[in-house]
Design a protein around this ligand. Structure first.
Ligand code: ATP
Length: 592
């Protein structure tokens, strides 16, 4: 048997909570202004009521007394009334747009701050399209909703209430008969709202996927072209485009149902008023005249227009509830990596870095480290080697708390790193990472990024040390393209090395820092790096074992386990994994 479909509540508790959140966080502080808006809207509603009263008097003057002077007075008053309404129509949006734009500004600011505080893991599981969409289009749409839609809806509601009140006062029987269509209107609104809400949710998800797809294609254009996958990418994007078209059609077609149903009900009401109202004028048992009925009909017209807009507003409200929920959900994400309440900024940056019984997994079903112990001696060069995927980069990520250990602890100079202020901890590292982030700016600005307070001389010195000064001179202020697209891999790597020189932090993390350089450049940079690392705690991750042969300590990882440790010569003598890897590479270089 088919289960009866349960209707989702029109405004779920979560919707109500979201609205409360929006109000208390972004709008309440503007309450005096909003009260002013409400006052102006009330005036607009009263203008309509007064207009109806004036019309009725005017009609009586025409039909009964025939006084031209009286008629002129009424006309002047009606003009004044509408001039007042016009002034309010200008002032209301001015205030509401200002209030809403400011609220959206605050919301974007909070979102940006919140995003910055989130863990790296959040960005690894969230599509960037989704984040962009929240910050750009969803907040914008919400702003328009708050600034225009709500103000208009309040104005319409006030008009409906005031004019209806007046009509009830004038002719309750006629009004009571006319509002029998109300349940039909409410039913239509509910039906439309539910459908719009569901479809809007699907459309938002589809849009985020779409944006993400575009971003992936644009960023991966090199691979797309080399693999001749333009058609595949076109098809993929077109599929998303088609989905969005279909979903938007569904949303808008559903919303379009509102208008005809209201038109039909208004036709019903007009016929009723003319029929029943006309009968009341003709019949001697009612004290109603022609002027009263004409005015009543005019009043019904004046009520129906805002009522129709109100119904439309309720249709759109559901979409905005979806947007509000999406934005709000971002706040449900809480950073886990943050300063402990008693975190300290001072610590012995030159001390040993010790991993004690560390366990860590990116996902619970795939543990990487289980009880890893390592001592990376302060002031010395430690190398971490091992086959690909063995966990070398992860060790560096754990040291800088990009992720937190799930068991055991990491200390620097005896101080657990989760007791240190994050800022202070991260400022202790100069990092040359594998994934180098280059901004679409000049090379000079890219180097300076890590230390905006550095002097020109310091930036030049860093560029000289990293063997990139010549390129800086040649390119001048020219931007390097999105993500440094106009640079070679080795050039990007030298920018990263220059940054490390400029940071000049007490601990150096070098993850495959020179892997993209030719041997001559590598040799030159290495001597500069040797000067940089002197006396500093240095941790080097490298595949090319010859480049770490002179490290003070070498740690060999295999699938997250520490399998060997020692100096180069000792490890070779042991004849274990290190010796095997070294000999295999040596054979490769020797071309045998
Ligand atoms: N952000 C991540 N989310 C989930 N799994 C990850 C993530 N980063 C790495 N891994 C997984 O963790 C394991 C260790 O990765 P890691 O990058 O530390 O290895 P590595 O030794 O540095 O490798 P390589 O030499 O290839 O750079 C790998 O199996 C990898 O697939």
């Amino acid at each position: 048997m088919k289960k009866p479909k349960k209707r989702a509540p029109l405004y779920s508790p979560r919707d109500r909570e979201n609205l409360r959140w929006l109000w208390s966080r972004y709008l309440r502080r503007k309450s005096p202004w909003l009260l002013l808006v409400l006052g102006m809207i009330l005036i607009q509603g009263l203008v309509y009521q007064q207009f109806l009263a004036m019309t009725e008097s005017g009609l009586r003057v025409i039909f009964e007394s025939g006084s031209v002077a009286e008629l002129a007075r009424i006309c002047a008053f009606v003009f004044l009334l509408f001039a007042t309404r016009g002034l309010m129509s200008y002032l209301v949006p001015r205030v509401t747009v200002w209030v809403s734009n400011d609220a959206i500004y605050q919301m974007r600011r909070d979102l940006i701050n919140h995003l910055m505080s989130l863990d790296l893991a959040y960005f690894e599981r969230t599509k960037s399209g989704e984040i962009i969409q929240r910050l750009v289009s969803q907040t914008q749409a919400l702003g328009v909703f708050v600034g225009q839609a709500i103000a208009n809806a309040v104005r319409d509601a006030v008009t409906v209430v005031i004019v209806s009140g007046y009509l009830i006062y004038k002719n309750p029987i006629l009004f009571g008969t006319a509002v029998v269509v109300l349940p039909f209107i409410i039913w239509t609104m509910n039906y439309v709202s539910d459908r719009v809400k569901v479809t809007q949710g699907e459309a938002e998800t589809e849009l985020a996927d779409y944006m993400n797809g575009i971003e992936e294609t644009v960023n991966g254009m090199r691979t797309v072209k080399i693999a001749s996958q333009e058609q595949v990418e076109t098809d993929r994007l077109m599929k998303g485009t088609g989905h969005i078209r279909d979903l938007m059609n569904r949303v808008q077609i559903t919303q379009a149902l509102v208008m005809p149903s209201i038109d039909l009900s208004s036709a019903f009401v007009y016929v009723l008023v003319i029929g029943l109202g006309g009968y009341m004028v003709i019949s001697p048992s009612f004290d109603v005249d022609g002027a009263g009925i004409i005015t009543f009909l005019l009043g019904m017209v004046m009520v129906f227009d805002p009522a129709r807009l109100l119904a439309q507003f309720f249709g759109g409200l559901q979409s905005n509830m979806v947007l509000l929920e999406r934005i709000r959900r971002l706040y449900d994400e809480v950073p886990t990596i943050r300063d402990a309440p008693d975190a300290v900024a001072e610590f012995d940056t030159g001390g040993d870095i010790v991993l004690e019984n560390v366990s860590f997994a990116y996902s619970p079903d795939q543990p990487l480290f289980e009880g890893l112990d390592m001592t990376l001696a302060g002031g010395k060069v430690s190398a971490i080697v091992g086959s690909t995927g063995s966990g070398k980069t992860t060790v560096l990520s754990l040291l800088s708390r990009l992720y937190d250990v799930q068991g055991g602890r990491i200390t620097i100079g005896g101080q657990p790193i989760d007791r240190l202020q994050l800022r202070a901890l991260r400022a202790a590292y100069s990092v040359v990472a594998q994934d180098i982030v280059i901004f679409n700016n000049s090379i000079w600005e890219n180097i300076r990024y890590v230390n905006p307070d550095a002097t020109d001389a310091e930036v030049w010195q860093a560029a000289e040390n990293a063997e990139i000064a010549e390129l800086v001179r040649r390119r001048g202020d020219a931007p390097v393209g999105p993500k440094g697209a106009q640079l070679s891999g080795g050039q990007k790597q030298r920018i990263a090395i220059a940054r490390a020189f400029l940071m000049d932090a007490p601990i150096l993390l070098l993850d495959e820092a020179t892997s993209a350089l030719d041997q001559a450049t590598e040799a030159r940079i290495k001597s500069a790096l040797d000067r940089l690392t002197k006396g500093k705690t240095t941790i080097v991750v490298a595949h090319r074992l010859s480049s770490v042969a002179d490290a003070d300590h070498i740690f060999v990882l295999e699938q997250g386990r520490l399998v060997e440790k020692g100096r180069h010569a000792d490890l070779l003598a042991q004849g274990g994994l290190y010796a095997q890897l070294y000999n295999a590479q040596k054979e490769g270089y020797d071309g045998r």
